[in-house]
Ligand binder design. Structure first.
Ligand code: DGL
Length: 260
């Protein structure tokens, strides 16, 4: 494998700043790699679009990322993973492509037959991939899907705590009333940034899970298996935003430091 290919960047893609929660875990276990953080702000939000719309967008984005020289793509977006990863892999069989899915599997280990709330975008919860995941674990867990339209936009505006986030969380959980919850799965990569508010609202007895660390581990395995782990110390992170005049690099850096 040629050195240039090994030292090429790993692309991390989301509709906005949410994938920073995955980038943070990638940096933890692959600190010497270079990354292109690609925020598709022009097409955001993905979560209220149709599957076909998100698939078409992701196929376009894949071409752009390959044009940027990416050696692997981490789809750091649950919505885009469920709508597009299977087709992306079919089209680019030799490119390591790693997706993320709601951490329903680890939630089963929280206690015996837990009640698990899965917060995600409307499209993620509508997709076949989620239905299959739910069917697989239905005998171990009571799974309650909780669509959270609008939450990504709040986080995109830079608000990760405060009155607006408090009110959103209170309202979105209101239909569950006093239901006893054992675990909450953050099925959208934006949501780890409001974890503190969720902890405050849910209390100490509710475990909050997300799939970022598992996705980063899988990315490392796949990149290693392809013989593409980098061999240089000259690493960098480049931020790309598809919407003109919407440079959120500073917000990305702030969110990254929030997770350290
Ligand atoms: N961060 C994305 C996810 O993990 C979704 C945000 C959006 O709706 O675009 O699902």
């Amino acid at each position: 494998m040629c050195k240039d290919k090994k030292n090429a960047p790993i692309a991390v893609i989301d509709s906005g700043v949410g994938g920073i929660s995955v980038l943070s875990e990638l940096l933890r276990i692959m600190p010497h790699e270079s990354y292109i953080y690609f925020a598709d702000s022009k097409n955001a939000p993905y979560g209220v679009k149709t599957r076909d719309e998100v698939l078409a967008i992701m196929l376009e984005n894949t071409k752009i990322l390959l044009g940027e020289g990416a050696k692997a793509i981490v789809v750091a977006c649950n919505t885009a993973t469920s709508a597009a990863v299977r087709v992306m892999r079919e089209k680019y069989p030799s490119l390591p492509i790693v997706g993320i899915e709601p951490a329903i599997k680890p939630a089963a280990l929280v206690c015996e037959h837990p009640t698990v709330v899965v917060m995600a975008t409307p499209l993620t919860l509508k997709e076949e991939k989620f239905k299959n995941l739910m069917d697989r674990f239905a005998s171990d867990e009571e799974i309650i899907p909780l669509a959270c339209p609008g939450l990504m936009e709040i986080i995109e505006s830079g608000q990760t705590d405060g009155e607006v986030v408090d009110a959103y969380v209170r309202d979105v959980f209101a239909p569950l009333g006093d239901k006893k919850i054992d675990a909450v799965v953050l099925g959208c990569t934006h949501y780890p940034f409001v974890k503190k508010t969720l902890e405050k609202f849910l209390g100490d007895n509710v475990v909050i899970l997300d799939g970022a660390a598992g996705t980063a581990r899988e990315a490392k395995r796949r990149i290693e298996a392809a013989g593409l782990l980098c061999e240089s110390d000259d690493h960098r992170i480049e931020y790309l935003f598809t919407k003109e005049n919407d440079d959120k690099e500073e917000l990305c850096k702030r969110l990254l430091s929030q997770l350290k």
